[in-house]
Design a protein. Structure first.
Length: 410
């Protein structure tokens, strides 16, 4: 694979994902993505005709996010008609998969330059809007393997690996504190632009989800989010969802429900873009590369426990790059639930001080289809801010998958 370079990364602020209440909730998701594409092009003075293909991650591809939102957003943004676009869904890994798809095309020589990224307007197209759940409502599959909701999977991981409510709450507090510091020190400013209303006024200029006043006491007062769901008779033959999960893990007596709204990822709206190309393409576009993509990988894991694949995906990417976990300066591990980064840190022996140094999705939110691209852009900005060399971004994915990408600062 030929070298693939990242020339820039830009995202929206993340708005609260509540209909009519979030700062981005009044914007059609096509328009949100269109603004992101145009903001990226404007700040680089990019000749849009040089962009050969655009891939965008989006999880709930129905209603306003249906009908290939990548292509429709390009049309809405008034880009040249010969710039093509396609939309991908790898659940929570969609944004990083979109980036990797464009990188693979460039590395293979099929195109010279393109954009990867993602979008999710969770206030307008709520999670689950496609109606398919994780398993696509396949009763034959359910008879063989019943995949429970991810929150129950997260609690199952915590139970089996001994992560307590105190552990996950402490991690959640730390990520809120890190995000508050990053915002105060304007660490996100380079990689973020202010989204505008139609009249040119600012709709949202800063991430809307963080709660800087979070305390251990306030976290501890929250009720487990998935205990009632786990006890509900929604499984096969009227069994509870907890019982269905434990069929796969009979050595576990009961699931300890430790995840709450305070130590799980926030529901938000957002979009992100990553501009990539060959070195020669960058020279033609008048751009200097900021980073090189070193390796990409996906990995599968047991689909009931579901959320344990960031570690093997990271191991595969590291092996392809000829690296070890200790060689990575900065880690971005998506905080779908607090136990996910905690389990990955333990599994790979990562220095916790290198992980999510500017907070993560618990504080900042997780716009499903965009998050992977956001993490990569955040990592790139932080590498440049600190003068460090390498970063790895990884996410857990529904159905028992993980994805990872390694970048090296130029």
């Amino acid at each position: 694979m030929a070298d693939v370079f990242i020339f820039d990364a830009l995202r929206t602020p993340r708005g609260r994902g509540k209909a009519g209440k979030g700062g981005l909730s009044h914007l059609h998701p096509q328009e949100l993505l269109a603004q992101t594409l145009n903001a990226l092009a404007a700040r680089l003075n990019l000749d849009k005709r040089l962009v050969e293909d655009v891939s965008m991650g989006c999880v709930s591809q129905v209603k306003e996010q249906g009908s290939c939102i990548a292509r429709n957003a390009l049309i809405a943004a008034d880009w040249p008609e010969d710039v093509t676009g396609f939309t991908v869904n790898r659940f929570c890994g969609s944004g990083l998969e979109a980036v990797n798809s464009i990188a693979a095309k460039i590395g293979a020589g099929f195109i010279d330059g393109g954009i990867g990224g993602g979008v999710e307007s969770m206030s307008r197209v709520p999670i689950g809007s496609d109606g398919g759940m994780i398993d696509g409502l396949n009763e034959k599959l359910r008879a063989r393997l019943f995949m429970v909701p991810q929150g129950i999977s997260a609690d199952l991981i915590a139970t089996r690996e001994g992560f307590t409510r105190a552990d996950v709450d402490r991690f959640a507090l730390e990520t809120q504190q890190k995000a508050a510091r990053a915002i105060e020190e304007k660490r996100f400013d380079r990689g973020m632009f202010a989204v505008k209303n139609d009249d040119g006024s600012v709709a949202l200029a800063r991430d809307e989800h963080p709660r800087a006043d979070t305390t251990l006491e306030s976290l501890g007062s929250l009720q487990p989010a998935f205990a009632q769901m786990g006890a509900a008779p929604m499984g096969r033959d009227g069994k509870s969802l907890d019982a269905m999960a434990l069929e796969r893990y009979p050595d576990t007596k009961a699931i300890e429900h430790v995840h709450t709204a305070g130590n799980s990822s926030g529901i938000v709206d957002g979009a992100a873009t990553i501009l990539m190309g060959s070195k020669e393409w960058g020279a033609k576009a008048g751009l200097k590369p900021r980073a090189r993509i070193r390796a990409m990988a996906t990995a599968g894991a047991e689909p009931v426990i579901m959320l344990t694949a960031p570690a093997p995906a990271s191991e595969k990417a590291l092996a392809r790059a000829g690296m070890k976990a200790g060689d990575i300066d900065l880690w971005e591990i998506n905080e779908a639930f607090a136990v996910v980064p905690l389990q990955t840190i333990r599994k790979l022996g990562i220095d916790r001080e290198r992980v999510n140094v500017n907070g993560g999705a618990i504080a900042l939110g997780h716009p499903l289809g965009a998050t992977g691209a956001i993490l990569l852009g955040t990592a790139l900005d932080e590498l440049e801010r600190t003068g460090k060399a390498t970063a790895l971004a990884t996410l857990c994915i529904g159905g028992g998958m993980g994805i990872a990408t390694i970048i090296e600062r130029v």
